[in-house]
Design a protein around this ligand. Structure first.
Ligand code: FE2
Length: 297
Protein backbone atom coordinates (compact mmCIF):
# COMPACT_ATOMS: atom_id res chain seq x y z
CA UNK A 1 0.00 0.00 0.00
CA UNK A 2 1.52 3.31 -0.98
CA UNK A 3 1.05 6.61 0.75
CA UNK A 4 -1.57 7.40 -1.82
CA UNK A 5 -3.41 4.17 -1.28
CA UNK A 6 -6.94 4.47 -0.07
CA UNK A 7 -7.20 8.15 -0.65
CA UNK A 8 -10.11 7.01 -2.72
CA UNK A 9 -12.42 7.15 0.10
CA UNK A 10 -11.52 10.64 1.03
CA UNK A 11 -13.28 11.78 -2.04
CA UNK A 12 -16.73 12.94 -1.54
CA UNK A 13 -19.71 12.85 -3.82
CA UNK A 14 -20.26 16.51 -3.61
CA UNK A 15 -16.81 17.62 -4.59
CA UNK A 16 -15.98 14.89 -7.03
CA UNK A 17 -19.19 15.26 -8.92
CA UNK A 18 -18.47 18.92 -9.37
CA UNK A 19 -14.98 18.10 -10.67
CA UNK A 20 -16.35 15.40 -12.94
CA UNK A 21 -18.85 17.77 -14.49
CA UNK A 22 -16.01 20.09 -15.40
CA UNK A 23 -14.07 17.34 -17.15
CA UNK A 24 -16.96 16.03 -19.22
CA UNK A 25 -16.60 16.81 -22.89
CA UNK A 26 -19.52 15.26 -24.76
CA UNK A 27 -17.98 16.18 -28.10
CA UNK A 28 -14.75 14.25 -27.47
CA UNK A 29 -16.22 10.88 -28.45
CA UNK A 30 -19.87 10.49 -29.27
CA UNK A 31 -19.97 7.01 -27.74
CA UNK A 32 -18.06 7.84 -24.59
CA UNK A 33 -20.15 8.94 -21.64
CA UNK A 34 -17.30 8.68 -19.17
CA UNK A 35 -14.14 10.70 -19.75
CA UNK A 36 -11.22 9.54 -17.63
CA UNK A 37 -8.28 11.79 -16.93
CA UNK A 38 -4.94 10.65 -18.41
CA UNK A 39 -3.68 9.90 -14.88
CA UNK A 40 -6.69 7.73 -14.03
CA UNK A 41 -5.54 4.12 -13.36
CA UNK A 42 -7.95 2.83 -16.03
CA UNK A 43 -7.13 5.41 -18.69
CA UNK A 44 -5.15 3.00 -20.90
CA UNK A 45 -7.49 0.04 -20.41
CA UNK A 46 -9.92 0.09 -23.33
CA UNK A 47 -12.04 -2.72 -21.87
CA UNK A 48 -12.38 -0.89 -18.56
CA UNK A 49 -13.39 2.30 -20.32
CA UNK A 50 -15.96 0.45 -22.41
CA UNK A 51 -17.36 -1.15 -19.25
CA UNK A 52 -17.51 2.21 -17.51
CA UNK A 53 -19.51 3.55 -20.43
CA UNK A 54 -21.90 0.58 -20.33
CA UNK A 55 -22.41 1.10 -16.61
CA UNK A 56 -22.92 4.85 -17.06
CA UNK A 57 -25.51 4.11 -19.74
CA UNK A 58 -27.43 1.90 -17.29
CA UNK A 59 -27.73 4.90 -15.01
CA UNK A 60 -28.67 7.33 -17.76
CA UNK A 61 -31.39 5.05 -19.08
CA UNK A 62 -32.68 4.05 -15.66
CA UNK A 63 -36.20 5.06 -14.72
CA UNK A 64 -36.33 5.94 -10.99
CA UNK A 65 -38.28 3.41 -8.97
CA UNK A 66 -37.82 0.55 -11.46
CA UNK A 67 -35.43 -2.39 -10.82
CA UNK A 68 -31.79 -1.42 -11.40
CA UNK A 69 -30.15 -3.45 -14.23
CA UNK A 70 -27.10 -5.46 -13.15
CA UNK A 71 -23.68 -3.99 -13.83
CA UNK A 72 -21.33 -6.17 -15.91
CA UNK A 73 -18.46 -6.74 -13.46
CA UNK A 74 -15.45 -8.92 -14.37
CA UNK A 75 -13.72 -11.53 -12.20
CA UNK A 76 -10.87 -9.08 -11.67
CA UNK A 77 -13.34 -6.54 -10.33
CA UNK A 78 -14.95 -9.02 -7.98
CA UNK A 79 -11.42 -9.73 -6.74
CA UNK A 80 -10.95 -6.00 -5.99
CA UNK A 81 -14.06 -6.15 -3.82
CA UNK A 82 -12.77 -9.22 -2.01
CA UNK A 83 -9.41 -7.57 -1.32
CA UNK A 84 -10.97 -4.37 -0.04
CA UNK A 85 -13.35 -6.23 2.26
CA UNK A 86 -10.48 -8.34 3.54
CA UNK A 87 -8.59 -5.16 4.46
CA UNK A 88 -11.63 -3.40 5.91
CA UNK A 89 -12.99 -6.11 8.14
CA UNK A 90 -10.24 -6.00 10.77
CA UNK A 91 -10.08 -2.20 10.49
CA UNK A 92 -13.81 -2.01 11.21
CA UNK A 93 -13.37 -4.30 14.17
CA UNK A 94 -10.93 -1.79 15.67
CA UNK A 95 -12.30 1.53 14.50
CA UNK A 96 -15.98 1.38 13.46
CA UNK A 97 -18.68 2.56 15.83
CA UNK A 98 -21.11 -0.05 17.18
CA UNK A 99 -24.02 1.27 15.16
CA UNK A 100 -22.10 0.70 11.91
CA UNK A 101 -21.08 -2.82 12.92
CA UNK A 102 -24.73 -3.67 13.58
CA UNK A 103 -25.75 -2.23 10.22
CA UNK A 104 -23.11 -4.13 8.26
CA UNK A 105 -24.12 -7.39 9.88
CA UNK A 106 -27.76 -6.87 8.99
CA UNK A 107 -27.02 -6.43 5.29
CA UNK A 108 -25.07 -9.73 5.00
CA UNK A 109 -22.95 -8.43 2.14
CA UNK A 110 -21.20 -11.01 -0.03
CA UNK A 111 -17.45 -11.31 0.44
CA UNK A 112 -16.39 -12.75 -2.89
CA UNK A 113 -18.40 -10.65 -5.32
CA UNK A 114 -19.60 -7.10 -5.69
CA UNK A 115 -23.26 -6.98 -4.69
CA UNK A 116 -25.53 -5.53 -7.32
CA UNK A 117 -27.22 -2.24 -6.45
CA UNK A 118 -30.63 -3.78 -7.05
CA UNK A 119 -30.32 -6.45 -4.34
CA UNK A 120 -28.80 -3.99 -1.94
CA UNK A 121 -31.38 -1.32 -2.56
CA UNK A 122 -34.15 -3.81 -1.82
CA UNK A 123 -32.51 -4.81 1.47
CA UNK A 124 -31.89 -1.26 2.59
CA UNK A 125 -35.39 -0.21 1.63
CA UNK A 126 -36.92 -3.00 3.69
CA UNK A 127 -35.07 -1.70 6.76
CA UNK A 128 -35.12 2.10 6.55
CA UNK A 129 -37.17 2.97 3.49
CA UNK A 130 -34.09 4.39 1.71
CA UNK A 131 -33.44 3.19 -1.81
CA UNK A 132 -30.44 3.44 -4.08
CA UNK A 133 -30.66 4.85 -7.59
CA UNK A 134 -27.77 4.56 -10.06
CA UNK A 135 -26.04 7.66 -11.41
CA UNK A 136 -23.27 7.93 -13.98
CA UNK A 137 -21.33 10.15 -11.59
CA UNK A 138 -22.28 13.59 -12.84
CA UNK A 139 -24.74 15.05 -10.40
CA UNK A 140 -24.97 18.59 -9.11
CA UNK A 141 -24.34 18.78 -5.34
CA UNK A 142 -27.80 20.16 -4.74
CA UNK A 143 -29.43 17.33 -6.72
CA UNK A 144 -27.40 14.71 -4.83
CA UNK A 145 -28.15 16.16 -1.40
CA UNK A 146 -31.80 17.01 -2.02
CA UNK A 147 -32.54 13.48 -3.21
CA UNK A 148 -31.78 12.34 0.35
CA UNK A 149 -34.92 14.11 1.52
CA UNK A 150 -37.02 11.67 -0.49
CA UNK A 151 -35.13 8.64 0.81
CA UNK A 152 -33.08 8.24 -2.37
CA UNK A 153 -29.33 7.80 -2.42
CA UNK A 154 -27.77 8.47 -5.82
CA UNK A 155 -25.06 5.86 -6.18
CA UNK A 156 -22.33 5.20 -8.69
CA UNK A 157 -22.20 1.58 -9.84
CA UNK A 158 -18.70 1.15 -11.30
CA UNK A 159 -15.71 -0.10 -9.33
CA UNK A 160 -12.16 1.28 -9.29
CA UNK A 161 -9.58 -0.12 -11.73
CA UNK A 162 -8.28 -3.53 -10.70
CA UNK A 163 -4.65 -2.40 -10.92
CA UNK A 164 -5.17 -0.19 -7.84
CA UNK A 165 -7.49 -2.02 -5.44
CA UNK A 166 -6.79 0.45 -2.64
CA UNK A 167 -6.97 3.64 -4.62
CA UNK A 168 -9.53 5.40 -6.77
CA UNK A 169 -9.61 9.04 -7.78
CA UNK A 170 -13.41 9.10 -7.65
CA UNK A 171 -16.13 7.64 -5.43
CA UNK A 172 -16.95 4.11 -6.59
CA UNK A 173 -19.25 1.30 -5.56
CA UNK A 174 -16.91 0.30 -2.72
CA UNK A 175 -17.47 3.64 -1.03
CA UNK A 176 -21.16 3.77 -1.93
CA UNK A 177 -21.87 0.34 -0.51
CA UNK A 178 -19.44 -0.14 2.37
CA UNK A 179 -19.93 3.46 3.43
CA UNK A 180 -23.32 4.85 2.50
CA UNK A 181 -25.55 1.86 1.78
CA UNK A 182 -24.52 0.16 5.02
CA UNK A 183 -25.31 3.20 7.13
CA UNK A 184 -28.56 3.86 5.28
CA UNK A 185 -29.60 0.42 6.48
CA UNK A 186 -29.65 1.92 9.98
CA UNK A 187 -32.73 3.88 10.95
CA UNK A 188 -30.94 6.64 12.83
CA UNK A 189 -28.39 7.18 10.05
CA UNK A 190 -31.21 7.13 7.52
CA UNK A 191 -33.07 9.79 9.49
CA UNK A 192 -30.02 12.06 9.54
CA UNK A 193 -29.56 11.67 5.79
CA UNK A 194 -33.20 12.59 5.20
CA UNK A 195 -32.80 15.64 7.41
CA UNK A 196 -29.74 16.74 5.41
CA UNK A 197 -31.85 16.56 2.25
CA UNK A 198 -34.67 18.55 3.80
CA UNK A 199 -32.26 21.19 5.10
CA UNK A 200 -30.70 21.53 1.64
CA UNK A 201 -34.16 22.01 0.15
CA UNK A 202 -34.67 25.01 2.45
CA UNK A 203 -31.26 26.41 1.56
CA UNK A 204 -31.39 29.31 -0.87
CA UNK A 205 -27.92 30.81 -1.24
CA UNK A 206 -24.81 29.18 -2.67
CA UNK A 207 -22.91 30.23 0.45
CA UNK A 208 -25.39 28.46 2.73
CA UNK A 209 -25.32 25.36 0.53
CA UNK A 210 -21.53 25.35 0.80
CA UNK A 211 -21.76 25.52 4.59
CA UNK A 212 -24.26 22.69 4.74
CA UNK A 213 -22.10 20.59 2.41
CA UNK A 214 -19.25 21.02 4.90
CA UNK A 215 -21.47 19.86 7.75
CA UNK A 216 -22.30 16.78 5.64
CA UNK A 217 -18.58 16.27 5.01
CA UNK A 218 -17.51 16.48 8.65
CA UNK A 219 -20.35 14.25 9.89
CA UNK A 220 -21.89 11.82 7.38
CA UNK A 221 -18.59 11.45 5.49
CA UNK A 222 -15.89 11.95 8.12
CA UNK A 223 -17.51 11.95 11.52
CA UNK A 224 -16.00 10.30 14.60
CA UNK A 225 -17.32 9.74 18.10
CA UNK A 226 -16.28 8.37 21.47
CA UNK A 227 -17.31 4.93 22.57
CA UNK A 228 -16.05 3.60 25.90
CA UNK A 229 -13.15 6.04 25.79
CA UNK A 230 -12.08 5.13 22.27
CA UNK A 231 -12.40 7.09 19.04
CA UNK A 232 -14.67 5.33 16.57
CA UNK A 233 -15.71 6.24 13.04
CA UNK A 234 -19.26 6.72 11.84
CA UNK A 235 -18.38 8.68 8.67
CA UNK A 236 -18.74 6.78 5.41
CA UNK A 237 -15.50 8.14 3.93
CA UNK A 238 -13.57 6.78 6.89
CA UNK A 239 -15.48 3.50 7.03
CA UNK A 240 -14.73 2.67 3.41
CA UNK A 241 -10.97 3.30 3.73
CA UNK A 242 -8.86 0.88 5.77
CA UNK A 243 -5.86 3.17 5.29
CA UNK A 244 -7.52 6.21 6.80
CA UNK A 245 -9.12 4.23 9.61
CA UNK A 246 -5.66 3.14 10.69
CA UNK A 247 -4.42 6.72 11.03
CA UNK A 248 -7.48 8.09 12.82
CA UNK A 249 -5.38 8.74 15.89
CA UNK A 250 -3.21 11.20 13.98
CA UNK A 251 -6.01 13.64 13.20
CA UNK A 252 -6.65 16.71 15.33
CA UNK A 253 -9.92 16.04 17.13
CA UNK A 254 -12.22 18.95 17.80
CA UNK A 255 -15.46 18.89 19.78
CA UNK A 256 -18.51 18.49 17.58
CA UNK A 257 -19.40 22.10 16.82
CA UNK A 258 -21.38 22.15 13.60
CA UNK A 259 -21.36 25.91 13.31
CA UNK A 260 -17.55 25.74 13.28
CA UNK A 261 -17.56 22.72 10.94
CA UNK A 262 -19.73 24.62 8.47
CA UNK A 263 -16.94 27.19 8.16
CA UNK A 264 -14.01 24.74 8.13
CA UNK A 265 -12.22 24.24 4.81
CA UNK A 266 -11.14 20.75 3.81
CA UNK A 267 -9.07 19.04 1.15
CA UNK A 268 -10.78 15.93 -0.26
CA UNK A 269 -7.56 14.59 -1.81
CA UNK A 270 -5.72 13.89 1.45
CA UNK A 271 -6.35 12.18 4.73
CA UNK A 272 -8.32 14.58 6.89
CA UNK A 273 -6.11 16.41 9.39
CA UNK A 274 -9.11 17.73 11.36
CA UNK A 275 -12.08 15.66 12.53
CA UNK A 276 -15.04 16.66 14.67
CA UNK A 277 -15.68 14.22 17.48
CA UNK A 278 -18.96 13.68 19.37
CA UNK A 279 -18.98 12.39 22.92
CA UNK A 280 -21.22 9.46 21.97
CA UNK A 281 -23.46 8.20 19.18
CA UNK A 282 -26.44 9.70 20.98
CA UNK A 283 -24.69 13.08 21.28
CA UNK A 284 -23.77 13.00 17.58
CA UNK A 285 -27.29 12.05 16.55
CA UNK A 286 -28.98 14.72 18.64
CA UNK A 287 -26.50 17.48 17.80
CA UNK A 288 -26.72 16.87 14.06
CA UNK A 289 -30.49 16.31 14.07
CA UNK A 290 -31.15 19.52 16.02
CA UNK A 291 -28.76 21.53 13.84
CA UNK A 292 -30.47 20.29 10.66
CA UNK A 293 -33.97 20.87 12.02
CA UNK A 294 -33.09 24.49 12.90
CA UNK A 295 -31.30 25.17 9.61
CA UNK A 296 -32.80 28.08 7.62
CA UNK A 297 -35.99 28.21 9.67
FE1 FE2 B 1 -19.66 9.68 0.08
Amino acid sequence: MTGQAEQSLLLDHVDMRMVAADTLDPAADRNAIVQLDPDHPGFRDAEYRARRNRIARIALEHQPGTPIPHAPYTDEEHEVWRLVREALEPAHGRHACAEYLECVEKLELPRDRIPQLRELSEKVQSISGFRLEPVAGLVEPRVFLESLAGGVFLSTQYIRHHSTPFYTPEPDVVHEILGHAVTLGGERFAELNRLVGEAVKRTKSAEALERLSRVYWFTIEFGVLRERGEIKAYGTGLLSSAGELEVLGQAELRPLDLEAASRQEYDPTNYQPVLYCADSFKAMFETLRDFLLRWER
